[in-house]
Design a protein around this ligand. Sequence first.
Ligand SMILES: [Zn+2]
Length: 429
Amino acid sequence: MKYCRRCLYPENHPLHLTFDDAGICSGCRIHEEKDSLDWAEREARLTTLFSAYRGKAPGKFDCIIPVSGARDSHFIVDTVKRRFGMNPLLLSYNRHHNTPRGIRNLAYLRTWFDGDYMQHVVAPQRVKAITRETIHRMGSMYWHVLAGQSVFPVQIAVRFKIPLIIWGAHQGLDQVGMFSHTDEVEMTRKYRCDHDLMGVEAEDLVGGTQGLRESDLVPYMYPHDREISRIGVRGIYLNNFIRWDTKQQHTDMLERYGYETGTVPRSFDTCNDVDCQHHSGLHDWVKFAKWGYGRASDHASREIRLRRMTREQGIDMVAKYQDTPPADKQTFLDWVGLNAREFDGEIDRFRDPRIWERAKGSWQLRDSILNHREDSGVDAARLPIKEDWSEFPVTATKDPDADESAYVLMARGYSNDHRVRPEWPAPRS
Ligand SMILES: [Zn+2]
């Protein structure tokens, strides 16, 4: 397997990478733009863009922001609402595998920003049937989350005639350099289908092993192009306009808003995935089982590109987390109604033969980044370190009695400790 000489990505990255003559991947090359673009100028473009939507429809929302109990939600709402003075409608798709900590974080966000909020909770038995089908169809336990969270904002945009949706970072740009920041790529049905949904639209799941009906899949269906163009719905990505650095963003926002972070099983990033029981557990193990690498590689590659981590430190992180077994597996199996043999059998069908082989009755990696510590060209590809590596922040829990390994489908969405204060805190200079 070929690996990037700067970051840790392999050539079988499912979003597709290319390598240049120096053996540096397209994701690393596009990432260099973060240190070369004029971000003040890019932010001015965002100011212009927002002013075309702000207060244009009296009594209506200026935009939609999809939020969750993790990721960059606090940063995005802080930027859009506090810094740019937009009036957003906050939305989330209920992923069903919520952690108590994620529920609390969303409550802090809703309370602090005092924003109108809508959530879609699809019927649990239907979500389970869809999940059994997508495990069978493409080895995905997470299709419903990816499909639901990427389409609910579009459906609401059409229904309530709110033409602007604001997303955080574009994954294809940030991970593999599919686009330049200056392309200002926007949300499309095609990207969602090809990449978020692994090529399988909701309509494709009708029938199947679970006998799903079209009506079961309506919550996951993209609105018709005619409706989208009638309202003029567009979805923009903030990372095209603001230099994206999730660790710095969390550090600033934690100080300002005091939400919670926590350790996750299979990576060192304690901020971005704490709202889901499986994202950095079984879901990441499945990713590893398919592609031979997991979230630790994603997170370390990001830190290497941001010049806080050496490639060697990144490889140490992968070595530390790669083989961690998913302790949350049985919880998921009980929920979805499969046994371990059935589940493993389905996932094994989707192992990438470029990286996995079956030998002596078990699956063996043919290669891994651990074998590519000293590849030729690594030193030449290296970026100078700008900041010494430090661990991601871990906060104390605000609910020591909560069972953090339990699913919470719905819970109280308001926090007495995060009452809205009369004034916004002063913006960071
Ligand atoms: Zn790279």
